[in-house]
Write a protein that binds this ligand. Sequence first.
Ligand code: XMP
Length: 327
Amino acid sequence: MAADRRPEDMKRITTPELADAFIEEQIKDLKAQIGDKKVLLALSGGVDSSVVAAMLIRAIGDQLVCVHVNHGLLRKGEPEQVIEVFRNQMKANLIYVDATDRFLDKLAGVTDPETKRKIIGGEFIEVFAEEARKLDGIEFLAQGTIWPDILESEAGIKAHHNAGGLPEDMKFELVEPVKILFKDEVRVVGERLGLPANMVYRQPFPGPGLGVRCPGAITRDRLEAVRESDAILREEFAKNGLEGKVWQYFTVVPDFKSTGVRDGKRTFDWPCIIRAINTTDVMEVTVEHLSDELIDHLVTRIIKEVPGINRVLFDYTPKPPATVEYE
Ligand code: XMP
């Protein structure tokens, strides 16, 4: 039977060989636990849920049902990558739900950050539960719980967001195949399971997604400006060897406008703020200083390619006093 807790003497999984041994043992345990029953997984495309999906596809194939909820706040190309990797390449049983309109309609006019978070979290559970209700014979719910989640919830630092939230009548047995792993181990295991490097080594991305990078009331046009500028920033970081080196980097488009000029005409558009930070524990972060050339190039691309932006700013503030995200 799979270990419920990380054994004290467990060797850190740092090599392909150790990852392969872990995968082999997990698959044996998963087969024994699940038998011929069906498993449901909310697949966000983040590292943990992706690795859990890949592991379960190996172990039980199409007894796994993955649900990918697109809340409209994902980064450019993310839903497409989830479909390409899991449905097309790994032949997963994947239900894709484009719930963009539902989320954005509920969020319309909502300015308070915590209310926005609650709406996004609550709506997510609702969409997921609706999909689950359409399915027959699901007995298990798979989750990408990892070892730090368990340690942090035991220490009372944060409630680990497991089955929590699903309606009372939906009771599933949990399947948590990476729960004794640290994040770096999950990445090594994911690579050995054939997931693309840009999926397993991706930077942290908050659950409320681009919603917290579109401060105040989210509008579709400003959200699109966040998504497009973020895509440019990620592309340039990758080209300049900064992907995988800088801990987290993104853009924010605040809800105010300033005067500019383009083609001899007055403009009144948003600024785009670039944030790039390094940290080990996210309690304290330092700012990654970019070269003048890169900054100039980012400014040129963003003002040229992103509609609605007429100014680009760089955030030089460490945490504390600033937080990483803007809300
Ligand atoms: P802050 O802004 O608190 O962010 O300094 C610290 C780290 O946590 C991420 N973050 C979140 N992740 N849900 C998440 O899953 C959230 O609501 C959330 N808020 C912040 C943030 O991206 C950073 O890595």
